[in-house]
Design a protein. Structure first.
Length: 349
């Protein structure tokens, strides 16, 4: 029974009239997960149908009933009741496997299984890309818990044109991958097809399209022409150069040769991939994309979050390299001084 019928037992007519002033007919209603029972509503009345209730008391009850009724129900062209809660909040494994969008995504993945196996096994050999299982799990989980039961094919003309162009590009990439025998173009075609699939589904709560969920998976696409290795080398050089500038500011004599920092005393310090923070940088980028997907951020806001994470990751890695260089230099000075660091004024630190 709706909440409005339990507030005022003396004046049912006024309770119903306080909420809707519509003709005397049943209201067809559809909830979030199917059709809910129809509730008949009466026309608006100027007085109370129960003669035993005073006009002032009836007016107060109408206001109270209307406030409580509108808190329980939302009128948006359909009749949506809080008595039919969103099942995605308590979604389980069975619901995930049966979700139409997940079934569609799984079917697409099975069709592209040879390409996925070839590409992802090669991707696993690179430590900084080993987050991709979590990326796939993130996209599948959020898609299952947020998508509506049916896709939405109604869209503006410009979006339809983009979909047609993307479908043509997907077919071209798939053909290029088959012609060259390379899994990279075919994997890009899989991503385009997945993007088109997500863009045809909307969130059940807000009606927003699920295209933004693709961002964590886009981080698993390697840049063309071995761009990730080039970026790693530039990252090593950048980290070494910034650390060298800090050492110069601290008046620590050294020689910088590429990504090698050579102090005047002691062994050379090689800024390798681990020291330049390549793995931590990629991990921070994925975590930022995961936060953006979980908080339902827009693509632009998620990209800004990823950029902020990249900045702080680079800064922390520079300080890590700097701390290692200073620590080794300090240790050698203390050894040469024979523990004289405890003397007042002894040493540079």
């Amino acid at each position: 029974m709706p909440a409005c019928l339990s507030v005022c037992g003396d004046c049912v007519g006024c309770e119903l009239s306080a909420v809707f002033a519509v003709p005397d007919r049943p209201v067809s209603s559809r909830g979030l997960h199917g059709t809910v029972p129809n509730f008949p509503f009466k026309t608006a009345t100027t007085g109370c149908e129960n003669p035993t209730v005073s006009a002032g008391r009836c007016k107060v009850r109408r206001r109270r009933v209307a406030k409580q009724f509108r808190g329980d129900f939302e009128w948006t062209g359909t009749f949506m009741s809080s008595q039919f809660p969103d099942k995605s909040a308590n979604i389980g494994a069975a619901q995930i496997l049966k979700a139409p969008l997940v079934v569609s995504m799984a079917t697409l993945s099975v069709v592209c299984l040879p390409v996925l196996y070839s590409y992802l096994t090669n991707l696993w050999t690179r430590e900084y890309y080993q987050f991709f299982p979590f990326a796939f799990a993130t996209v599948f989980w959020f898609a299952a818990s947020r998508a509506r039961r049916e896709p939405d094919f109604s869209m503006p003309q410009w979006r339809t044109v983009l979909h047609v162009a993307a479908a043509a590009g997907c077919a071209a990439l798939a053909g290029l991958g088959a012609f060259q025998g390379s899994p990279w173009p075919s994997y890009c075609a899989y991503m385009v097809a997945l993007a088109l699939l997500l863009d045809h589904w909307q969130e059940e709560a807000t009606g927003r399209r699920l295209f933004y969920l693709l961002l964590p998976l886009l981080l698993t696409v390697r840049p063309p022409l071995d761009g990730d290795n080039i970026a790693i080398q530039k990252l090593q050089l950048l980290t070494s150069k910034i650390a060298s500038n800090f050492l110069n500011a601290l008046e620590i004599d050294h020689i910088l040769s590429g990504n090698i920092i050579q102090p005047m005393k002691g062994p050379a310090l090689l800024v390798a991939e681990a020291c330049s923070g390549v793995q931590s940088l990629f991990t921070v980028m994925f975590i930022a994309a995961f936060i953006g997907a979980s908080k339902q951020y827009s693509i632009v806001r998620s990209l800004l979050l990823i950029g902020t994470g990249v900045f702080w990751a680079l800064l922390m890695n520079v300080f890590r390299v700097l701390a290692i260089a200073i620590g080794k230099e300090k240790k050698k000075i203390l050894i040469l001084q024979g523990g004289g660091g405890g003397r007042r004024g002894g040493g540079r630190w």
